[in-house]
Design a protein. Structure first.
Lengths: 198, 112
């Protein structure tokens, strides 16, 4: 084997591995997106229709549904593809950090007595940042754009205060659609297109 | 005269299939046996032998577990493996860069 042959092998195998790295966090977006959307909509409905603040109970539903589903899909993905990429691992760690930050912000805003003013916009901004960073990691531009739009809208919801605060829930439900559900489906479509070309 | 000295070739990585395995694992967190079979385009027996060699050299870690009805072998590159591959690749590039000008000089002298 000559030097050129060996360098050729290195370049070819790297290219082949990269072409198969196509599913970074796709299921994560949908697995967390739909439960989050359902919780925000339920909270909004409970506040507007029955004037019952179920926030503290319903938040628990997101990790209760999302975590086992995520574990299931990660395992299924690994069985199907036979590999786990560094990008996937980075995205997973980042979302775990964002989940932790979200819980932390819930507790701190609750204790500080500014829960109704701050929590929803903070949650939306975290989701937007997560979406943007996943787009950066996976080099997928629509995801970056969705993340930025989601963060900007979430920041805007800071201005819905006082009697208007329940509308923050609806705004963040929309942000969930923009920053989690739409990018999730776009990525899935992208993966299918890429797989059909292989 | 050039002061270039050829780097010492790592005999473990100086093999077609072992190099393919290492390069594939270098870009991944972990990969299973079937995936490595596909990406390196090798037979199971040959792959198994080369994985054992790399494992004994401390370049990769191999973990076996039961996944569903089948046993599952997952491989992951170690820090030592990363280092060895980097050094090997650097050596190859240096050798290549040294070869190209000397080949050009030969071609020029032949043309003259």
């Amino acid at each position: 084997m000559t030097t050129t042959d060996e360098l050729d092998i290195i370049t070819r195998i790297r290219g082949e591995v990269m072409s198969r790295n196509d599913n970074t966090g796709v299921n994560l977006f949908l697995v967390w997106g739909y439960p989050t959307l359902a919780v925000f909509l339920l909270e909004f409905a409970s506040l507007m229709l029955w004037n019952a603040n179920l926030c503290m109970f319903l938040w628990a539903g997101i990790p209760l549904v999302g975590a086992p589903l995520m574990a299931y899909f990660l395992r299924k993905d690994y069985e199907r593809t036979g590999h786990r990429t560094l990008d996937q691992n980075t995205a997973l760690m980042m979302w775990l950090f964002i989940g932790g930050a979200s819980c932390f912000s819930g507790f701190t805003t609750g204790f500080a007595g500014v829960y109704e003013q701050c929590y929803c916009p903070l949650q939306g901004i975290l989701i937007g940042i997560g979406c943007f960073l996943t787009g950066v990691i996976s080099r997928f531009r629509p995801m970056k754009v969705c993340g930025i739009i989601g963060s900007v809208i979430s920041f805007g919801s800071f201005f819905l205060q006082g009697d208007l605060w329940p509308w923050q829930l609806l705004v963040i439900a929309i942000v969930t659609v923009i920053s989690l559900i739409i990018p999730g489906h776009l990525s899935r479509k992208n993966v299918k297109t890429m797989n059909s070309k292989l | 005269m050039s002061s270039f000295r050829f780097p010492v070739i790592n005999p473990i990585l100086h093999s077609d299939l072992r190099l393919k395995i290492m390069v594939a694992l270098d870009s991944l967190e972990s990969a299973d046996f079937v995936y490595l079979c596909e990406i390196t385009d090798s037979t199971r027996g040959n792959l198994s032998v080369q994985i054992t060699t790399l494992k004994e050299a401390g370049y990769i870690e191999v973990s076996k577990s039961g996944l569903g009805r089948f046993s599952h072998t997952a491989c992951r590159i170690t820090a030592r493996g990363h280092e060895a591959l980097r050094a090997y690749e650097d050596g190859l590039r240096r050798m290549f860069e040294e070869q190209v000008p000397s080949q050009k000089e030969e071609q020029t002298s032949k043309a003259v």
